[in-house]
Design a protein around this ligand. Structure first.
Ligand code: 6GU
Length: 226
């Protein structure tokens, strides 16, 4: 899978995909992340990519021409299954969206900055608009990193048994159960007996019970009770 990201702050995306599972996904050739600096593609002087908004008001808007030039160039080179614009007024990102994106071949992600991008780019190019939550970030980069991480780890072959996504929170509509490691007695706090029982069936039952309890308590909406 290839993910192209368009940004005016490429430095923000240096580290998120250079470690841990994302690093392995790229090393294995399962995930390719290509970051494009929009300023390298603007036809305007002094690498200008934003301008005042028509109608007045505080905040700059990303101009359509640099984005269109770069998008046209990339779309000539390959077909994109989805052109995503990261924006707080987009659709809330969830595990279901991550699952479906992980089955795509080529994805483009546009990161907005300032007051956003010219509306005509959204009309002409964008096929999907994503928000990662009801709060405002300074730009779409950190949100894009969240999406790439959530999607990248679901690409078949990226995770192994050790890191399997099968038991993640949300993957079965439930939150994950509590987990424990050594020591079995930590400052007087003991690991639940059943986990030391060596009985996989009992362990599975306990974990499922805990998942249900936790979900009811913390996120009743996930169980269709909201
Ligand atoms: Cl995708 N972008 C920005 N700027 N803020 C956000 C967001 C995205 N999702 C939540 N807040």
């Amino acid at each position: 899978m290839r993910i192209d990201i368009i940004t005016v702050v490429p430095e923000l995306l240096d580290s998120p995909f250079a470690h841990s599972i994302m690093k392995r996904a790229r090393a294995k050739g399962l995930l390719e992340v290509v970051v494009h600096n929009l300023r390298d593609h603007t036809p305007y002087r002094q690498a200008q990519v934003d301008d005042y908004q028509f109608g007045g008001g505080a905040g700059m808007v990303m101009m359509p021409e640099p984005l269109a030039i770069l998008l046209d160039k990339l779309k000539e080179e390959r077909q994109y299954d989805e052109v995503i614009f990261m924006t707080p007024d987009g659709k809330l990102f969830d595990q279901k969206t991550a699952n479906s994106l992980s089955m795509r071949g080529n994805i483009m992600i546009i990161c907005g900055h300032y007051k956003g991008i010219d509306e005509r780019i959204r009309q002409l190019y964008v096929t999907m608009e994503i928000s990662i939550g009801d709060y405002v970030l300074s730009g779409g980069e950190l949100a894009a990193a969240v999406v790439v991480d959530a999607v990248g780890r679901l690409i078949p072959g990226v995770l192994n048994d050790e890191t399997s996504a099968l038991f993640d929170s949300f993957q079965d509509g439930l939150l994950a159960p509590p987990v424990y490691t050594r020591p079995a007695d930590f400052r007087g706090m003991k690991v639940p007996e059943v986990l030391l029982s060596g009985n996989p069936k009992l362990v599975d039952e306990w974990r499922h019970e805990q998942s249900v309890l936790r979900t009811k308590e913390r996120r009743p909406g996930l169980m269709g009770e909201e």
